[in-house]
Design a binder for this molecule. Sequence first.
Ligand code: BQF
Length: 292
Amino acid sequence: MSTPVIIDGKATAATIKQEIAQEVERIVAQGGKRPHLAAVLVGHDGGSETYVKNKVLACETCGFQSSLIRYEDDVTEAELLACVDRLNADPSVDGFIVQLPLPPHIDEQKIIERISPLKDVDGFTPINVGRMSIGLPCFIPATPKGIIELLRRYHIETSGKRCVVLGRSNIVGKPMAMLMMQKQYGDATVTVCHSHSLTLKEECRQADIIIAAIGRPGFLTADMVKPGAVVIDVGTTRVPDATRPKGFRLSGDVDFEHVAPLCSAITPVPGGVGPMTICMLMLNTLQAAQRG
Ligand code: BQF
């Protein structure tokens, strides 16, 4: 095969953030309100700290106001629910996220269900999930939305194609499959595979597009990929690496070195889907602010 197109999520996200920043300056110049995203961070998990930092920095790039609300990991469920109630009621806040995962003593679903669907810029509340599933206007979860946007901007044909989604999480796999099958987005023939799928390899081998979101470094190997396929890697697992300043590196779900030569297009890790996730959260926040 010829060398694949490397889908540059970092550059695409930078372009979109500039488009958002322009729109924000236009709104502000007309006397409108600067969009405001709040983030709730519980505890000091290294990954979560990084992700929230990325979100706050992206707010600055887009000209948004941002607020970070921190709790120690012994916060009670009642305290977090009260925090969600305050953010729901705060007219200065257009949208907010509660960074996941939460400590095990907190019922994540209970916290999510308390978020106003109008401020749920992660698109995790049952109202937004339900609205998305029937194609109504809603907040679309940032990672699947970012992948759809990458496929669109790289002119990758999805209509009628065989798409395999690896993983069934509420945050990526399920909404990704839902969007890829919908006529207005992917319009593809979608198969969802997961840790118990007996025919996972065979399904992958027949796929025109593979979206890997299982969280296992290097899971998708060359023997599972049809020549010419498009491969989207959602994995961002930290693996120890003594040669790196921070002592780890990010590893995707795809064995990039051996899979890439087979592909027509592929996303790298880092610099692929991750930056688009952050960028689509900004787009959802702009949308929340414009609904007013
Ligand atoms: C990059 C996330 C698992 C669980 C909860 C840029 C991010 C990652 C990678 C990032 C992620 C993963 C986020 C890169 C947000 C994506 O350059 O490759 C940005 O910040 N992400 C999250 O908020 O929660 C997670 C993964």
